[in-house]
Write a protein that binds this ligand. Structure first.
Ligand SMILES: Cc1cc2nc3c(=O)[nH]c(=O)nc-3n(C[C@H](O)[C@H](O)[C@H](O)COP(=O)(O)OP(=O)(O)OC[C@H]3O[C@@H](n4cnc5c(N)ncnc54)[C@H](O)[C@@H]3O)c2cc1C
Length: 448
């Protein structure tokens, strides 16, 4: 039976595509009007733009066949709420509630299930894409629009916007049992990761806390739990990794274990302080609230100005990078020695081989994502982007690839080589010949 949400979908998608066409003709704002974004490039938020907030419904769930149809701008918390009652969840649920399904394809999404299921786009079966001319095409891995399907991952809205996606789901159970193993040696940590790729687990991720302090967490769905931990208020999940050997969470809380403290970035806002946590309350503790605070800070340049007055400069290093398993230890050692940001999130990923994404080619059959998000402060005159460039050059030297959601400094030639420049131009010629949706390099790389 068609749900009410499914009945309204065509109207909402058409309205979005019409607004997109109008904006591309220069008669509107060509930017998604949605409450939040997980891009760490400052951008204007003026409440105008394409009607993305309408396209946020779960349309249909077929648990037996293992898929769900969702609208392109649905945030993952709504997507999960819509699938859990059917006993299933998207195979890859990125850790922050406000990340949308379409955004995670266009900007690359990952989670602790990625060691088995790959990146978000590898779990997509079909995509309806609104193009600059206002038409909507349905793309799959092997139909007439397979070229568009393959090029959507890492396209950042420059080819079109996904209005509906059919995503693969996995069965869930009520609880998740987590085991934490601690390591002092980087070699032992990566040897354990290599073994864990073949383990009979549902989730696998880790954290580097210091050069001699690594934790690898494996987790599995279970039907019953002797007790459950609550990391949505006074207790902090990432700290538990160093304190416990095992743990139980509800499946819902496990999916959002990193959201309450934005991994560990809540500490930069003082939100690990027990008194402030109580004052903020359970509802505010989460990535949505921190993002709003962070945007206000970046709009008013509060911290930056205070630090400048005190004689300090700052550089934000907010990056996710993927390295082949073989060179991942070398990368992490370089990162720890030359940048020194801790903690670092470590997430093993398998290239499932199901989707070749020319704009974001997998660096190896098995690789490791490192996520590090912090600000370095210094009182010497480093050139702009000094530390981010070091990260980029280590990634290139070691055969990896970097996500593009924050600052990048690649030359056009390097960028073309790494992110499928020829394929991109071919697809662009077919689907956006007038370049109305902008150019990927111009959008993602900070002007020099
Ligand atoms: C601090 C930080 C931590 C992160 N951590 C994680 C993580 O743990 N796991 C993870 O998977 N990812 C993570 N990301 C990356 C995140 O998934 C990507 O940045 C993603 O693109 C954000 O999606 P969004 O829905 O917020 O989209 P937005 O930020 O709104 O948009 C991102 C880009 O995608 C385009 N876009 C948005 N919707 C669509 C659509 N429907 N069709 C086509 N293009 C579209 C936009 O035009 C824009 O260029 C992190 C990012 C940051 C900044």
């Amino acid at each position: 039976m068609e749900t009410a949400a499914a009945q309204g979908h065509e109207r909402r998608a058409r309205a979005f595509a019409a607004a997109l066409a109008q904006a591309c003709r220069g008669a509107g704002v060509r930017r998604l009007n949605k409450p939040l974004s997980n891009l760490f490039r400052d951008r204007e938020a003026n409440g105008r733009g394409l009607p993305a907030a309408e396209l946020t419904h779960v349309l249909e769930v077929d648990a037996a066949a293992g898929w769900a149809d969702v609208e392109g701008m649905i945030p993952y918390d709504l997507a999960l709420n819509g699938t859990l009652p059917h006993g299933v969840a998207p195979r890859v649920v990125p850790q922050l509630k406000s990340i949308t399904v379409g955004g995670a394809v266009a900007g690359i999404g990952i989670e602790a299930t990625s060691f088995r299921h790959g990146l978000v786009h590898e779990t997509v079966r079909e995509m309806d894409v609104a193009l600059a001319d206002g038409s909507i095409v349905s793309a799959t891995r092997d139909n007439d629009h397979a070229d568009l399907f393959a090029a959507m991952p890492n396209s950042y809205g420059t080819l079109g916007y996904a209005t509906r996606l059919r995503i693969e789901t996995m069965p869930v159970q009520r609880y998740v049992h987590v085991s934490h193993r601690r390591f002092k040696e980087i070699e032992a940590f990566f040897a354990a990761i290599e073994q864990a790729f073949d383990a009979d687990a549902d989730f696998l991720d880790g954290v580097a806390f210091a050069p001699d302090d690594f934790v690898l967490s494996t987790a599995a769905f279970v039907a019953a739990a002797p007790h459950v931990s609550d990391y949505t208020f006074e207790n902090i999940y990432y700290r538990s990794l160093r304190e416990r050997d095992e743990d139980y969470l509800t499946a819902h809380d496990y999916f959002w274990r990193w959201d309450t403290d934005w991994f560990w970035c809540s500490k930069n806002l003082g939100a690990e302080n027990p008194i402030l946590r109580r004052l903020l309350g359970r509802e505010r503790l989460g990535s949505r609230f921190y993002q709003r605070v962070m945007r206000a800070n970046s709009r008013w340049r509060l911290l930056e100005t205070a630090e400048r007055v005190a004689g300090y400069r700052r550089e934000s290093i907010i990056q996710d990078v993927d390295l082949p398993l073989a060179t991942a230890p070398d990368f992490l050692a370089t990162l720890m020695a030359e940048i020194g940001i801790f903690p670092v999130w470590v997430c093993p990923v398998r290239d499932t081989g199901g989707v070749y994404a020319p704009l974001f080619p997998a660096p190896a059959a098995r690789y490791v994502n490192f996520g590090f998000w912090d600000t370095l402060r210094f009182n010497v005159g480093y050139p702009a982007g000094h530390f981010n460039r070091k990260v980029e050059s280590a990634v290139t030297r070691l055969g990896g690839i970097k996500s593009l959601y924050s600052s990048s400094f690649y030359s056009r030639e390097e960028f073309d080589r790494m992110y499928g420049g020829d394929s991109y131009r071919q697809v662009k010629r077919r689907y956006d010949p007038d370049d109305a949706l902008g150019d990927l390099y111009a959008k993602c790389v900070r002007p020099r």
